[in-house]
Write a protein that binds this ligand. Structure first.
Ligand SMILES: Cc1cc2nc3c(=O)[nH]c(=O)nc-3n(C[C@H](O)[C@H](O)[C@H](O)COP(=O)(O)OP(=O)(O)OC[C@H]3O[C@@H](n4cnc5c(N)ncnc54)[C@H](O)[C@@H]3O)c2cc1C
Length: 482
C-alpha cells in the first residue's frame, strides 16, 4: 500500500483526500494546522443563529460542490438565495443593480443609464469609448500562457472600452469584490475565464457579452446554492465521511517542512511536523495558501517556492450584526448592497442574510425575530478595517451603514471575523506563473498542488482542484509503492 499525505484541511485538501480515499490506493492522512477542518468554510453559532463566517454560497456552474453535498446526503439542505436582486451605493444612495450584467460588465447600456448608478455622461462615454479600437487579442486577455507576457489587467482592458465610471461603479464592486481585490490588478483570464473567452477577437465589450447573460428570474434561476444550516455542514459531513473511510484526520498538526528522501523503494517525501515529528509519504497533495505552500516547497524546489511567494493576498474582515427587524431602509427584495471603492467607505459590501436565506430568518434570537447583516470590509491595498480594533471597526461600520442602508439602530449583538491573507490576487501573468510552477513540479512526481492559489477562488473550483491534484498524484504514485 502507498501512503498519501494531504497538507491543509480546507475544502481543497478534503476533496483531495476524498479522491485518494475512494481510489483505495493506499493510506491517507490529512494534516491541518488549525484546531478544526474546513479552512475558510466556517459556520459558527451566534447565540442560536448558525452564521456562515466565510463563504455562504457557491456557484452551480461547476457542479462539484453541489454534487459533493448530494453525495454526503445533504441534497435536501441545498437552497437557492431567496432575494435575487442587489443594490450598489452610487451617487448618494443605494440603487438597484441592472439585471443584464456579466460580473458587473454591462450588456445593456440603456438599463445601466436607467439605474442611475452611472451618470448619463458615464453611459455616453461607455457607448463610445471602444470605438476605433482593435479587436482584443487572446494574449492581452491572458488566454495564452506560453508567449511573452503581454497580458493586461481586467481594469486596463475594460477602462479603455467602457470608461472609468462604469468600471469603478459596476465592474470593480462585482468582479473585483468577488476576488477581494480590484480590477486594475486582476487577470480576466483567471478571475473570469468565460468572459475573457467571450471577448477574444471582439471589439465591442457590451455586444460581445450580450449573448452570455440572461436576466434570471427569482430563486429557481439562481446560479448559486447555499446550505440550510450553513456551508459548514459540507466540510463537517465530509470529515465524518473521510473518517469512516479510514482517512486519518490530524487537526492542530501543522507541517513545518518537506524534503525528498531516496531509499531502497525509490524516492519518498519526508514531512516534518511541529516538534520535529517525521512522517514518510509516497505522495503528497499540498493544499495550503501561497505563503504556506512556498515554505513547504522551499527545500524541494526553491524556484517553485519563489513562484508561490510572488502571489499577493488580500485580507478581509466580516462583521455580523444582529438587529431588531425593520431597521433597514432598502427594498425587501434586495439581498445586499455593494459599495464601490470610489465612494471611500470602509464597508465594501453588505449582505442581508435573513432576507437571502429563508432558513435563517426562521431562527429566533433571544426568542424574537431579527435581521442579520453581514458587513464586508477590506480589499487588496485597503487594510483600514484590519488596522482597527473590533469596537472601533463596528462604530465605523455603523456610521457607514447609516448612509448606505439608512441603519439607525445599534445591533443586539455582533461578531467580527478577521480573515488575514484570505484571497489570492490573480495578477496579470498569474496563469503563466501557475503553468511555470506546475511545469517545475513535473520533476517532483510525488508532489501535487491544489487550492485557491492556483486560480479559481470559489468553493467549487477549490474542490475541483483538490480532486484533480489527487488524480494527478495517483497516476504518478499508484498503489503499492510504499
Ligand atoms: C470571507 C470569505 C468569503 C468567501 N465567500 C465565498 C463564497 O460566497 N462562495 C465561494 O465559492 N467562495 C467564497 N470564498 C472563497 C472560498 O471560501 C475559498 O477560496 C476556499 O474555501 C479556499 O479553500 P482552500 O482549501 O483552497 O484553502 P483554505 O480554506 O485556506 O484551507 C487551507 C488550510 O490549510 C491549512 N494550513 C496552512 N498551512 C498549513 C500547514 N503548514 N500545515 C497544515 N495545514 C496548513 C490552513 O489552516 C487551512 O485550514 C470566500 C472566502 C472568504 C475568506
Amino acid at each position: 500500500m502507498s501512503s498519501y499525505a494531504v497538507i491543509g484541511g480546507g475544502v481543497s485538501g478534503l476533496a483531495a483526500a476524498r479522491t485518494l480515499a475512494l481510489s483505495r490506493a493506499g493510506d491517507v492522512t490529512v494534516f491541518e494546522a488549525s484546531g478544526r477542518f474546513g479552512g475558510k468554510v466556517l459556520t459558527a453559532a451566534l447565540d442560536s443563529l448558525p452564521i456562515d463566517l466565510g463563504p455562504d454560497q457557491f456557484l452551480r456552474r461547476d457542479p462539484s460542490a453541489e454534487q459533493w453535498c448530494r453525495d454526503l446526503g445533504l441534497g435536501d439542505f441545498l437552497v437557492a438565495p431567496e432575494a435575487s436582486t442587489a443594490g450598489v451605493f452610487s451617487h448618494g444612495r443605494a440603487r438597484q443593480l441592472p439585471r443584464r450584467l456579466a460580473l458587473g460588465i454591462p450588456t445593456d447600456l440603456a438599463e445601466v443609464a436607467a439605474s442611475g448608478i452611472v451618470s448619463e455622461e458615464g453611459c455616453r462615454l461607455a457607448g463610445q469609448a471602444g470605438l476605433g479600437l482593435a479587436p482584443l487579442t487572446p494574449a492581452e486577455l491572458g488566454l495564452e500562457t506560453d508567449g511573452p507576457a503581454v497580458e493586461r489587467s481586467a481594469g486596463a482592458i475594460l477602462r479603455e472600452r467602457l470608461g472609468d465610471e462604469v468600471v469603478d461603479r459596476l465592474v470593480d464592486p462585482l468582479l473585483g469584490g468577488i476576488n477581494g481585490g480590484g480590477v486594475d490588478s486582476l487577470s480576466l483570464a483567471v478571475a473570469a475565464p468565460q468572459i475573457a473567452r467571450g471577448l477574444a477577437g471582439r471589439r465591442d465589450v457590451v455586444e460581445a457579452l450580450s449573448g452570455v447573460v440572461s436576466p434570471g428570474d427569482g430563486p429557481s434561476a439562481s446560479p448559486f446554492f447555499g446550505l440550510a444550516g450553513g456551508l459548514g455542514q459540507l466540510t463537517g459531513s465530509a470529515v465524518r465521511e473521510l473518517s469512516s473511510a479510514g482517512v486519518v484526520l490530524r487537526a492542530s498538526a501543522p507541517v513545518d517542512s518537506m524534503d525528498a528522501v531516496v531509499g531502497p523503494s525509490g524516492s519518498r517525501i519526508r514531512l516534518v511536523l511541529e516538534r520535529g515529528e517525521p512522517f514518510m509519504a509516497d505522495g503528497v497533495v499540498v493544499a495550503t495558501p501561497g505563503p504556506a505552500t512556498a515554505a513547504l516547497l522551499s527545500r524541494l524546489s526553491p524556484e517553485a517556492a519563489t513562484l508561490c511567494r510572488g502571489v499577493p493576498y488580500s485580507s478581509v474582515v466580516l462583521t455580523t450584526l444582529v438587529l431588531p427587524p425593520g431597521a433597514l431602509d432598502v427594498p425587501p427584495s434586495w439581498s445586499g448592497v455593494l459599495v464601490p471603492r470610489v465612494e471611500g467607505f470602509v464597508t465594501t459590501a453588505v449582505s442581508f442574510l435573513t432576507r437571502k436565506w429563508g432558513w435563517l430568518s426562521r431562527h429566533a434570537f433571544g426568542g424574537r425575530p431579527v435581521d442579520v447583516l453581514r458587513v464586508s470590509a477590506g480589499r487588496f491595498s485597503d487594510d483600514r478595517a484590519l488596522q482597527m480594533a473590533d469596537g472601533e471597526l463596528i462604530d465605523h461600520l455603523l456610521s457607514d451603514l447609516a448612509t448606505i442602508v439608512g441603519l439607525r439602530t445599534r445591533p443586539l449583538t455582533s461578531h467580527v471575523q478577521r480573515w488575514e491573507g484570505a484571497f489570492p490576487q490573480y495578477l496579470p501573468g498569474h496563469a503563466a506563473r501557475v503553468a511555470h510552477l506546475l511545469a517545475d513540479l513535473e520533476g517532483r512526481p510525488s508532489v501535487a498542488l491544489a487550492g485557491a492559489l492556483l486560480g479559481g477562488i470559489g468553493v467549487p473550483a477549490c474542490i475541483s482542484s483538490g480532486a484533480e491534484a489527487a488524480r494527478r498524484l495517483l497516476e504518478r504514485v499508484p498503489s503499492g509503492r510504499g
